[in-house]
Design a protein around this ligand. Structure first.
Ligand SMILES: *Cc1c(COP(=O)(O)O)cnc(C)c1O
Length: 405
């Protein structure tokens, strides 16, 4: 068996590879510079074009562009009318923003457990956590795999809840043949550089509901309207007049970020195809590695995977997850863990959340690791990652024969 780099052997590659990376080309840069040379660098035509481009792609009636994915979630909670005393059900296996958005509105995040095989929020656990105060569900398409829309929509309809989808990982994914963005009451996207397409920063909310769209626009820009029909108070004073009719924020996105996102949208299908290719290569390579458990796909999700997660079967390994992670780093494959359960963080602990709330999420968390996945990876990069995973798993395996490669 090959000697591990962490024990003095040669690493599988000489340069570090990271778990995710953006892909910005000359044409993207040209699109951005053209805006910087134009009359509008914010609140101009590119934001509008970005919204129409996303509507066409997702099939949603309305898209509102905002400054980032977190702002998208906050605006969605505002549009859903979430306020103090309300409860919002979400998953603990996510980035903190999926739960923080409820706190921004003075509401309480309630954590439902995950399905231990798909790692997505378990609809039965959502049902078990519904109270008189529940107002909405923030369901995360974890790693890009669509949540169980059929079950979650049914539960939300039965109980009058707003279904907010955190699709920060999931642009390009389809559920039952429909693009993510056209399905939930509101779907939130992020265009952070590690996500499938980027604007540097950026976000958007997709909805089919006109009333939500109106509220999202107000939340994005100070609660101010220029629409005479929407004005409620003072008489029309003159052409300069606008009115603040609710409390909003400055969550606007610039025109040069919008231009980058539009340019990246042209490449989305190509990025999706390449991500699928890499996922297929990984699935094939790891299905017969007994120390590794693969994420289960639900048949309804045609997934553009944002993260590729290997779950270590620690009962078959002589190492801890930390040792596996460090051994991968020494091989020059830099992994990441997605995510520490949100309610484990000190801020949530101080709010009264305790360990043990969601046993499946906590159990899954102990063994997971995200390995590199991004469209710009070369076939050699993919081979190196596979090599490193097999090498580390083989060395720490409690059962592998010394002849295993
Ligand atoms: C990235 C991410 C967000 C936040 O998006 P930003 O654009 O970074 O604000 C929210 N939820 C999930 C699941 C994410 O991965």
């Amino acid at each position: 068996m090959e000697r591990l780099a962490i024990e003095g052997g040669y690493p599988v590659r000489s340069g570090k590879i990271y778990y995710g990376r953006h892909w910005v080309d000359e044409d993207d840069i040209k699109a951005v510079s053209a805006v910087l040379r134009s009359d509008f660098i914010t609140c101009g035509p590119k934001v509008d074009e970005m919204e129409r481009t996303l509507e066409a792609y997702t099939g949603a009636k309305y898209v509102v562009a905002v400054s980032n994915g977190t702002a998208a979630l906050h605006c969605a909670c505002i549009a859903a009318g979430i306020g103090p005393g309300d409860e919002v059900i979400t998953t603990p296996l996510t980035f903190a923003a999926s739960a923080n958005c409820a706190l921004y509105c003075g509401a309480k995040p309630v954590f439902a457990d995950i399905d231990p095989q798909t790692y997505n929020i378990d609809p039965e656990s959502i049902r078990a956590h519904i109270t008189d105060r529940t107002k909405a569900v923030v369901a995360v398409d974890f790693t890009g795999q669509a949540v169980d829309h059929e079950a979650i929509s049914r539960i939300c309809k039965e109980h009058g809840l707003v279904f907010i989808e955190d699709a920060a990982h999931a642009i390009g994914t389809k559920y039952a043949g429909k693009q993510v963005g056209s399905l939930a009451d509101m779907t939130c996207f992020s265009f952070h550089p590690v996500k499938t397409i980027t604007g540097g920063e950026g976000g958007a909310i997709a909805t089919n509901n006109e009333e939500y769209e109106r509220k999202l626009m107000l939340a994005r820009s100070h609660g101010i309207t220029h629409d005479e029909d929407a004005m409620v108070g003072a008489p029309h004073e003159g052409p300069w007049y606008y009115e603040q009719i609710s409390l909003g924020y400055n969550y606007r996105i610039t025109d040069f970020q919008a231009a980058l996102i539009i340019s990246q949208m042209q490449k989305l299908d190509r990025f999706v195809a390449r991500r699928k290719e890499i996922v297929k290569a990984y699935d094939e390579a790891f299905q017969n590695v007994p120390e590794i458990i693969l994420q289960k796909e639900i048949p309804d999700s045609d997934t553009c995977r944002h993260l590729y997660i290997i779950r270590l079967d620690l009962s078959k390994l002589s190492c801890t997850r930390r040792q596996f992670f460090d051994a991968m780093s020494a091989e020059n494959v830099q992994c990441q863990i997605h995510y520490v359960p949100v309610y484990w963080f000190p801020y949530y602990e101080q709010l009264g959340y305790e360990k043990g709330l969601c046993p499946n999420a906590e159990e899954v968390y102990q063994g997971i690791m995200s390995i590199p996945l991004y469209p710009k990876m070369t076939d050699q990069d993919v081979e190196d990652v596979i090599h490193a995973v097999k090498k580390v798993a083989g060395n720490y395996s409690l059962t592998a024969s010394p002849h295993r490669t």
